[in-house]
Ligand binder design. Sequence first.
Ligand code: ADP
Length: 337
Amino acid sequence: MTLLELRDVAVTYRSATGDVPAVRGVSLALAEGEALGVAGESGSGKSTLAMSLLRLLPRDALVSGEILLDGEDVLTMSWGRLRAVRWASASLVFQGAQHALNPVRRIGEQIAEPLRVHGMATGAAARRRTAELLEQVGLPAWRARGYPHELSGGQRQRVMIAMALACSPRLIVADEPTTALDVMIQAQVLSLIRSLIAEHGIGLIMISHDLSVLAATCDRLAVMYAGRVVESGPSREVFRDARHPYGRALAGAFPTVGDPASRMAPSGLGGDPPDPAHLPTGCSFHPRCPVSLVSCASEPVELWPVSRTGADRTETGRAGASHTAACVHVRVPEETR
Ligand code: ADP
């Protein structure tokens, strides 16, 4: 069953110097218990999208489209309903969240806070639930009596995950949850997130600039560029066989013309992601694209189903395709160009 559905979501920041269209028409769906990774370079609109899911954007952000959580549009909910939904139905673990813990309050009190606010448990029941949550994230229950400064960065991030789990939400949005951690700890925290969502059937939207991290953690991937999803599909397919040149570069596997064996990192593309206030015409990626055609500078592109082989480039193949990419090379098969 669909847990979350985004329909044509757009976010524009209004500023004195002009509008910044940070997210431009994103449509995505997440099934119950599914993990979706959203990848892209800095500035591609990932955090804006993540914050929009729980209506946590600043006031100058204009949001349109629909964000249906269990069929209910988050964008039109009353503030009272939204408060009930946050933590209880959907919670957020954000980048550097480990620094958000209050240094002068005991860890147990902080984990129990969402339980108290949502009237789910107080007193001894809250203490029991806190101990259980600490154990779930791999920390001993006695840590509840301690303070954040007694924990390492990785342990503090585990506490934030415990808080996110406290009210048994059906959706967790994790924005770069491990970016501030060193590689070993990052792997441990990722495997913890993966096992917790699988065990509790929680839907996960995980944001990262690192496609390989997402591919190892998530069932499906969506690659964002300049506020749009430019490729999406099953993780293995997108990571190993990305069809959008940007997706391929993020996967570190873009063969350059004349040297099919060479591999390019996204930085190897040259140039920077575009300023959303001054987007290139046509395909936003065309100025950096190693395989762009003349038409890419003027013709807009849409997500197009990726066919696995030449033989299944048919209407039937399209209807069933779950791997999509917004690139003229996908839309128009080579032999017909
Ligand atoms: P990412 O998470 O992929 O790094 P963001 O969602 O943070 O991307 O940013 C997308 C674009 O929106 C960037 O160009 C950024 O400068 C712009 N932006 C983010 N927050 C604001 C804001 N409060 N006001 C104006 N522009 C913003």
